[in-house]
Design a protein around this ligand. Sequence first.
Ligand code: HEC
Ligand code: HEC
Ligand code: HEC
Ligand code: HEC
Ligand code: HEC
Ligand code: HEC
Ligand code: HEC
Length: 261
Amino acid sequence: MKRAIVPLLLLLIATGTVVLLNSCATFTGTVIAPPKVEGAKYVGDKACNDCHDKITRVFPSSPHARLRLTDAQMPGQQGCESCHGPGSKHIAAGGGRGKFIVNPGKQPETCFQCHLSQNAQFHLPQHHPVLEGKMSCVDCHDPHGQDIMKPRGGLAMARVNESCSNCHREQTKPHVFEHAALREGCTACHSPHGSVNQKLLTIRDSNLCLRCHAQTPKPGTPGTLYIGNINHTTYLHYGTCWTAGCHSAVHGSNVQPYYFY
Ligand code: HEC
Ligand code: HEC
Ligand code: HEC
Ligand code: HEC
Ligand code: HEC
Ligand code: HEC
Ligand code: HEC
């Protein structure tokens, strides 16, 4: 039953996208083109409360609930229906899955109507397979609650990395020799949506590391370059810090304090 609705939704979203392209010209950054549900009207958030009070209760703390779109003359440009489309037919049908309502968990296009630059990021050569339908924005973002970056609570490092650790255990497990860079979060080195670089790296070469580990000349020995008190003068000719046969365990190591393996 769920499957039958997919082509319909795709069509609806495709038409929504046309509106988006038109409105781009006038709105930079935020585009206000909520998804469409053929024949349905906007009813406002209160109408959802009757059946989805768990969600309406947490929603006021979501950044999306605070949306004040510059030119919100149309209803549905903020609140539940900005992501789910107009709800009158859904409610008239008594609600239900696949019943006249858009589920952007399966349709990232809905999010892209407003988040244009993220759309571009997911089209870069290296990207998380969201467009391929293998995962979704909600694997890393909570669309309704306060902490849109997931998960709620915890220390800064845990907060940033928790959603990543659901799928990437090897990099996120505790190590005897932890690389303190991970405390800044995985995004210190990776672009989470997409990148032109292999492995979603923000920078493709050793500058990724040199940003935090400065190369310094040693006084009295011209032409030498030191990183962290160790002479690195010739090392960087062999490749990047992690491919030259050196710091290949960049995420941390259980056996080697310089993350060689
Ligand atoms: C930022 C966009 C966005 C807004 C705004 C939004 N939602 Fe959602 N909603 C989503 C996404 C994405 C999913 C899919 C979640 C998933 O797959 O886990 C979803 C799923 C749902 C579901 C299905 C939950 C389930 O069990 O599968 C309901 C019901 C729902 N939303 C109701 C609401 C209500 C009510 C509001 C307003 C109070 C609202 N949403 C506001 C994006 C949004
Ligand atoms: C009369 C009760 C009722 C009202 C009012 C209602 N819904 Fe629903 N809705 C349901 C039921 C029942 C489901 C199925 C959920 C389930 O099985 O857990 C559902 C499912 C959904 C889903 C998931 C659809 C899917 O295909 O996965 C979304 C999104 C949703 N509702 C959004 C809304 C929004 C937004 C509003 C307000 C405009 C709203 N609903 C108002 C009863 C209602
Ligand atoms: C109706 C337009 C609209 C839709 C649809 C929409 N967003 Fe947003 N979203 C915004 C705006 C506006 C902001 C505020 C920040 C900004 O200016 O980008 C925002 C903020 C965010 C943020 C960052 C919050 C922060 O604290 O920095 C995330 C993450 C996000 N949205 C994810 C999503 C996801 C995932 C979806 C689809 C499920 C979605 N959005 C759908 C308009 C939208
Ligand atoms: C692999 C996990 C992951 C997925 C999947 C993901 N995001 Fe993000 N997103 C992040 C992280 C992590 C950040 C914080 C980036 C930072 O701090 O530099 C972020 C930030 C954002 C922001 C805030 C602006 C920005 O770029 O910093 C928006 C908006 C956003 N994401 C939208 C989306 C949308 C829409 C989708 C689905 C099409 C999505 N994201 C899928 C991890 C993800
Ligand atoms: C829902 C599971 C899931 C979550 C959550 C997730 N990823 Fe991924 N990640 C994947 C999948 C699937 C791939 C693609 C693997 C492939 O193509 O072989 C991937 C690929 C990657 C790659 C590139 C790997 C390579 O070999 O090219 C990096 C880096 C990465 N993810 C980092 C992150 C970070 C950082 C986060 C948290 C912000 C995150 N991931 C969250 C599933 C996930
Ligand atoms: C200090 C920079 C840095 C940080 C921080 C970082 N990574 Fe990486 N990551 C890298 C580099 C460099 C590679 C490429 C390794 C290679 O090509 O052998 C990589 C590769 C990966 C890969 C691909 C598999 C592999 O090992 O080659 C995944 C998945 C990944 N990282 C996930 C994460 C996650 C999840 C986090 C946060 C817990 C994270 N990374 C934090 C630098 C970093
Ligand atoms: C966001 C900043 C940041 C980035 C980017 C970063 N590091 Fe680090 N790294 C640190 C911090 C902080 C420490 C621990 C403090 C120290 O000893 O300098 C550390 C420690 C190390 C150590 C152990 C050195 C020691 O003296 O204990 C090595 C080796 C290392 N990093 C290699 C790398 C490599 C290789 C890269 C690139 C893939 C990289 N780092 C990227 C912040 C970073």
